[in-house]
Design a binder for this molecule. Structure first.
Ligand code: F0G
Length: 473
C-alpha cells in the first residue's frame, strides 16, 4: 500500500480515498458527499478509510500539545515566509504538501481580534470579540487562508489552470494566489451581483473574469460542466484543501485568548463551508489535547438567502431546500449551498444555533461595527445582527464569551456603505420593520456626506450645527 500524509474521507458515507484519487468535482462517487482531509491522528482515521483508500498513513508522532504551542510561538519571530504566514505557521496540523516549507503564501492570516465594547454593552454581554478575517489577509477576506492551502496543492499536482464560481471574495483570493503561483485562473461571477471592490481585484490579479447573466448558483452549474471537459483544478469550497487553511483561524484565536476558549463562535453563512472548517479546527485541537472542548458554532443567514434555516425548520436539516437567493449582502447571496450537510453536522455536533436576519438588521449591525472603528462588509455584519437574535431568545446568555467572525473588509463594498449613509439603501417598508429604538440608532449612526462651497463660513456653520447634536452613548 502507498503511504500518504493524509487521506480524503467522505463526510457522508465515510469512504476513504487516496489524495490524488478525487474526481475533478471533489464529490464522492458512491454518494455524492463532500470530502474532508484526515490525518493519522484524526479520530475519523479509522480502518474503513484505510481499507477503501488503498493507502496507509504513516504512524506520525505529533509533538505533545505543549511542544506544539511552543513551536507555533517560536515561529512568530522567524523571518521565513512559511513561518510568517498565519496559516503555515500551524503546518504541523495541515501536512497536505509534499514540500511543506514552500507553499504559495502571501503572508495570510495573522488577523486581529478586537473587542466590541459598545455592542457588548448594548447587548448586556460581558465579553464580545470580533476576529476580523478581512484585516490582515492580503485580499481582504477569510478566503485567503483557504486559498493558500488549496492553490499550493494545485501547483504540486501540476495543474496549469484553476477556476471558481464566486460571489466575489473567493475569486479575488484565487486570482491573487494563482498569479503568485504563475497559474492561469478563471473566475465565474454573477453579472451585476458582486461588489465592485471584489470585481476589481480579480482583474487586478490577472484572472480571466467571466460575468455570467445568472446568479451564483447558475455559475456553479456552468463551472461543474467546465471542469468535466478541461483539466482545471476546482477551487470552490467543495475542494477539501480549502478547509485546511480555513480551519487555522481557530488556532490563532485560542493563542490570542491565551488558550482560553470562548463559549460561542458566530459566522455568516453562504455556501456554508466556513463554519464547518472552523469546527474542524476546534475538533482537531480537542483530539490532540490542545483544548478541552469545542465552542458552539452558530451560522447566520440573510432572510432572503436562508436555505439552511428553511431546511432546518421544514425538515430538521435532513435535506436541502434551495431558495432563489436575494440579499444586499452579496457575498452570501446563495440559494443552494454546497456545504449544507457539513454545516448541519457542525451546528449539531457543537450545540450551536442558526438565525436569519433582515436587510434592515444587517445594515444596522454593519453601521454599529463601523462606529466601533472596525468596519466590515455587509455579510460579516450578519453575525452581530444574528447575535442580537440569539441573545433575545436566551440562546446566548450574558456571561457567555462570544466571538464574531468578520469575514470581509469594509472596503470590499463601499457602495453599500455610501448608500446606507445617504439614506438610499433601505426601502421604507424595510425600515418600517425596525423597532423605535433601532430607528433612533439608525438616525444616530447615519453620517451622510455634505457637499459645500469652499467657503470657511459655510464649513463653520455646518460644524457648529453638528456640534449641537448630542453624541450617542
Ligand atoms: N462572508 C463573506 C465576506 C463571504 O465572501 C462569504 C462567502 C461568506 C461570508 C460565507 O462563507 O460560503 O463559507 O458560508 N463567499 C463565497 C465567495 C461564496 O464566492 O466569495 P461560506
Amino acid at each position: 500500500m502507498k503511504v500518504a500524509s493524509h487521506q480524503l474521507r467522505c463526510t457522508e458515507c465515510s469512504a476513504g480515498i487516496a489524495p490524488e484519487a478525487a474526481a475533478a468535482d471533489f464529490r464522492c462517487p458512491l454518494c455524492g458527499g463532500l470530502y474532508e482531509v484526515i490525518y493519522p491522528w484524526s479520530s475519523t482515521a479509522d480502518q474503513t478509510s484505510t481499507r477503501t483508500s488503498g493507502t496507509v498513513m504513516p504512524d506520525v508522532r505529533l509533538p505533545n500539545p505543549s511542544a506544539l504551542r511552543w513551536l507555533w510561538q517560536e515561529r512568530r519571530t522567524s523571518t521565513m515566509a512559511v513561518d510568517q504566514s498565519g496559516v503555515w505557521r500551524f503546518r504541523d496540523l495541515l501536512p497536505i504538501l509534499s514540500n511543506p516549507e514552500s507553499p504559495i503564501t502571501l503572508r495570510e492570516g495573522n488577523t486581529p481580534l478586537y473587542d466590541l465594547p459598545r455592542s457588548a454593552k448594548a447587548l448586556g454581554l460581558d465579553f464580545l470579540l470580533a476576529k476580523h478575517q478581512g484585516i490582515g489577509n492580503p485580499t481582504g477576506s477569510f478566503k485567503d487562508t483557504g486559498m493558500t492551502a488549496a492553490l499550493s496543492v494545485a501547483l504540486e499536482r501540476g495543474f496549469e489552470w484553476v477556476a471558481c464560481a464566486s460571489t466575489g471574495n473567493t475569486s479575488a483570493a484565487m486570482a491573487a494566489y494563482a498569479a503568485r503561483a504563475g497559474l492561469r485562473s478563471i473566475v465565474l461571477i454573477p453579472e451585476g451581483k458582486i461588489a465592485w471592490g471584489k470585481l476589481s481585484q480579480s482583474m487586478d490579479y490577472g484572472a480571466i473574469t467571466l460575468q455570467l447573466r445568472t446568479d451564483f448558483d447558475g455559475c456553479v452549474r456552468i463551472l461543474n460542466e467546465l471542469i468535466r471537459r478541461l483539466p482545471i483544478f476546482l477551487l470552490n469550497s467543495v475542494n477539501p484543501y480549502r478547509a485546511e487553511g480555513q480551519k487555522t483561524p481557530t488556532f490563532e484565536l485560542v493563542e490570542q485568548l491565551e488558550w482560553q476558549l470562548p463559549e460561542h463562535v458566530i459566522v455568516p453563512g453562504g455556501n456554508l463551508a466556513n463554519g464547518a472548517a472552523l469546527g474542524k479546527g476546534f475538533r482537531e485541537m480537542r483530539e490532540l489535547g490542545l483544548i478541552p472542548r469545542v465552542p458552539k458554532i452558530s451560522v447566520i443567514q440573510a432572510e432572503g438567502a436562508n436555505p439552511l434555516i428553511r431546511s432546518m425548520i421544514e425538515n430538521g436539516g435532513e435535506t436541502l431546500i434551495p431558495v432563489v437567493a436575494d440579499t444586499r449582502a452579496s457575498a452570501i447571496r446563495i440559494g443552494s449551498p454546497a456545504s449544507f450537510r457539513k454545516a448541519v453536522q457542525t451546528i449539531r455536533s457543537t450545540g450551536g444555533w442558526m438565525a436569519q436576519v433582515s436587510e434592515q438588521e444587517i445594515a444596522l449591525a454593519k453601521a454599529e461595527i463601523g462606529a466601533e472603528g472596525i468596519g466590515c462588509e455587509p455579510a460579516s455584519a450578519a453575525t452581530l445582527a444574528g447575535l442580537k437574535k440569539l441573545v433575545a431568545s436566551g440562546r446566548v446568555t450574558p456571561e457567555e464569551r462570544v466571538v464574531l467572525i468578520l469575514t470581509g473588509h469594509t472596503l470590499k463594498d463601499p457602495e453599500y456603505t455610501i448608500d446606507y449613509h445617504r439614506g438610499t439603501l433601505l426601502r421604507d417598508d424595510e425600515l418600517a420593520t425596525a423597532t423605535p429604538a433601532d430607528l433612533n440608532l439608525h438616525t444616530a449612526l447615519r453620517k451622510p456626506p455634505t457637499v459645500l462651497d469652499a467657503d470657511t463660513d459655510a464649513v463653520l456653520r455646518t460644524v457648529e450645527s453638528v456640534l449641537q447634536t448630542p453624541v450617542p452613548a
